[in-house]
Design a protein around this ligand. Sequence first.
Ligand SMILES: COc1ccccc1CNc1ccc(C(N)=O)cn1
Length: 245
Amino acid sequence: MRFDVLTIFPDMVRSALREGVVGRAVQQGRIELHCWNPRDFTQDRHRTVDDRPFGGGPGMVMKAEPLMAAVAAARQASPGARVIYLSPQGRVLDQAAVADMAQAPGLILIAGRYEGVDERFINACVDEEWSIGDYVLSGGELPALVLIDAVSRLLPGTLGHDESAAQDSFSAGLLDYPHYTRPEELQRQRVPAVLMSGDHARIARWRKKEALGRTWERRPDLLARRDLTPEEATLLAEYRQEWEA
Ligand SMILES: COc1ccccc1CNc1ccc(C(N)=O)cn1
């Protein structure tokens, strides 16, 4: 899959994607990453990418023309890509949206800076506006990196064991079960015996129950959105009995 990022800080984006599973996928060519700097698409000596807002007010606005020229170049290099603008005004991202994006041939991600971009650029060039959450950052680069990481994890071959992405609780609409590793006892806390039993069916059942129970405790909103199978309802009832015991 190909990711094109429009940013005035390309080194910030490139360096962040050198490490970890995504970095390895880029090195192995399973993921392509290209950065386009709007400054390279300016016509003036000062390579101006921002200007003062019409109507007054604080801060600067990113000029439309350099962005339009950069997006045209990116579209040519990545046919069929979805053009996504990361902003606090976008639809808030969730795992289902990430999974849908992983089906695209490519994503062209616009990382805004300053107070945002000229609305005419959004109207003319942007397919979708997305937010990584209800908070404001100094730029769209970190949201673009979040999106690239979340999508890349779902691409075949990115993770060591593909099923670990599938097992990801959010893919199942639930929170994750607790994880443990050596030592077996730590500050008088022992690893739950079931995990030492070698009984994989029993372990899977325990993990499902923990995921359901923790979702019920911490994120009832997620549970409300999810129909439980009869088995899941039984597991959650068991968890709640133990919890209220
Ligand atoms: C004032 O900043 C902006 C204003 C408008 C657009 C982009 C920016 C760049 N900042 C961003 C970008 C995305 C998110 C998010 N929640 O996804 C948060 N901040």
